[in-house]
Design a protein around this ligand. Structure first.
Ligand code: KG4
Ligand code: ZN
Length: 354
C-alpha cells in the first residue's frame, strides 16, 4: 500500500511516499527557518503563506522522487493537528483536493502520533507495547503505547515544551532560530556541571513536566553575567555573541551544556519512573529534541544499565516530516479506521486520546 503523507503543522512543508507503513520511498522537507530566524521564532502568518507558495511543488517532488504518480497512491494522510491553524489548513486543503480528484481515502492524522510512529520508519523490529517520549517545539509528552492507535497519556508539560525552551534560551543569547541544533553544537565544548540550575520537581507525584523555571534561571544567569561584564567595563570589548558583548565562548558553552544537562535530567527522571511503572522494556523517543546529542547519549547510557531498549528516529525523521504522518495513516487504515470526511478541518489543540 502506498500512502502520500502531507505535513504542514508548523514551519516545515513536507510530503512523503511510504510503502506498507515503514518503507520510505521519498520524504521531501522544505524548511522555512530562514524566513523566521530573524524573529527568533515562528511567525504564523509567514508560515501559512510560505506553505501555500510551495506545497504543490513539494508534493510533486515527493511523487517524482518515489517514481510514482497520483494514480499509484492508495490514500492521502495529512496532519490534522495539533499545530498552527493557518499552516494546518494549507496541508488539509491540498490533501482534500488530491483525495477528491483521485477518489482515494483522506486520513486526518494527529501530529504527536506521527512523532511516535517516526521510530517505525525503516525499522521492522519495533512493535508496541512501548513507552514513548515526544519532545518537540510544541510538546513534551510521555505516552504509553499499548498497541497501534491505543494510547494512555502519562505526563505532559504544564508550561513550555522542551524544544520551546531551547528556542527561547537561544533567542535570549542571540543564537538564532531554531535554538536546539545550535545549542546542541555549542554545548559540546562546555562543562555540563559548570552551573547548577534548579530542576522542577512536581510535588503531586505526577509525571508532568515543567520547564519554565529552568528557562528563567538560565536567562537570569545570563543577565547577571551581563551586569558583571558591564561593571568591569568589558562591554566595549566586542564579544562573539550578539546579546552579551564580552561574553567569551567558553562561558557560553558552559552555560549551554549545564542548561542542556538539566533539561535532559528532568526528561529522563520522569521517563524512567514511567518505564518502571509500566514495566516497559522499550522506550521510543520522538520529536525535534530527539535528535539532541546529549539526550541520546544520556538516555542510551541509562537504558543500557536497566536493560531497556531505546529507539530514536532515523536521520531526518526526528524533526517534522511527512513520512511519519504517512506511517501513522497506514496503521490507522490497516486497523480498520474509516477515512476522514471531506469536512475535515484543522484542530489546533488535539490530544492522542479522545
Ligand atoms: O518536531 P519539531 O520539528 O517541530 C514541532 O513539532 O515542534 O521540533 C522542533 C523543535 C525546535 O524547538 C528545535 O529547537 C528542536 O526541536 N530541536 C532540537 C534539536 N534539533 C531540533 N533541540 C535540541 N537539540 C537538537 N539537536
Ligand atoms: Zn513536530
Amino acid at each position: 500500500m502506498l500512502i502520500l503523507g502531507i505535513e504542514t503543522s508548523c514551519d516545515d512543508t513536507s510530503a512523503a511516499i511510504v510503502k506498507d507503513g515503514r518503507k520510505v520511498l521519498s520524504n521531501v522537507v522544505s524548511s522555512q527557518d530562514r524566513f523566521h530566524s530573524k524573529y527568533g521564532g515562528v511567525v504564523p502568518e509567514i508560515a501559512s503563506r510560505k506553505h501555500l507558495e510551495i506545497v504543490n511543488f513539494v508534493v510533486s517532488d515527493a511523487l517524482d522522487s518515489a517514481g510514482c504518480g497520483f494514480s499509484d497512491i492508495d490514500a492521502v494522510a495529512v496532519t490534522q493537528g495539533p499545530g498552527l491553524v493557518g499552516s494546518l489548513l494549507i496541508g488539509i486543503m491540498t490533501a482534500k483536493t488530491i483525495a477528491y480528484v483521485n477518489k482515494i481515502p483522506l486520513l486526518g492524522i494527529n501530529h504527536i502520533e506521527g512523532h511516535i510512529f517516526s521510530n517505525l520508519l525503516e525499522r521492522s523490529e519495533l512493535k508496541p507495547p512501548f513507552l514513548s517520549l515526544v519532545v518537540s517545539g510544541g510538546h513534551s509528552e510521555l505516552i504509553w503505547v499499548k498497541d497501534y492507535g491505543k494510547y494512555e497519556v502519562l505526563g505532559r508539560t504544564r508550561d513550555d515544551a522542551a524544544g520551546e525552551v531551547y528556542d527561547k534560551v537561544a533567542k535570549y543569547f542571540g543564537l538564532g532560530y531554531p535554538g536546539g541544533p545550535v545549542i546542541d553544537r555549542l554545548a559540546k565544548n562546555g562543562r555540563p556541571d559548570a552551573v547548577r540550575f534548579p530542576r522542577a520537581k512536581l510535588k503531586d507525584g505526577s509525571l508532568d513536566f515543567s520547564f519554565s523555571g529552568i528557562k528563567t534561571a538560565v536567562i537570569n544567569h545570563g543577565r547577571s553575567i551581563d551586569a558583571e561584564l558591564r561593571n568591569k567595563e568589558l562591554k566595549q570589548k566586542k564579544g562573539k555573541f550578539a546579546k552579551i558583548q564580552g561574553l567569551d565562548e567558553k562561558t557560553m558553552a558552559d552555560i549551554l551544556a549545564s542548561f542542556q544537562k538539566t533539561v535532559v535530567d528532568m526528561l529522563m527522571e520522569n521517563t524512567l519512573i514511567a518505564a518502571r511503572r509500566k514495566q516497559a522494556g522499550t522506550i521510543v523517543i520522538g520529536g525535534g529534541v530527539a535528535s539532541n546529542t546529549w539526550l541520546r547519549k544520556k538516555f542510551s547510557e541509562a537504558a543500557e544499565s536497566k536493560s531497556i531498549r531505546v529507539f530514536y528516529p532515523g536521520k531526518g525523521f526526528s524533526t517534522d516530516n511527512a513520512a511519519m504522518i504517512a506511517c501513522a495513516g497506514y496503521y490507522g487504515l490497516r486497523d480498520g479506521k474509516k477515512g476522514s470526511p471531506m469536512s475535515l478541518t484543522a484542530t489546533a489543540n488535539m490530544s492522542v486520546v479522545d
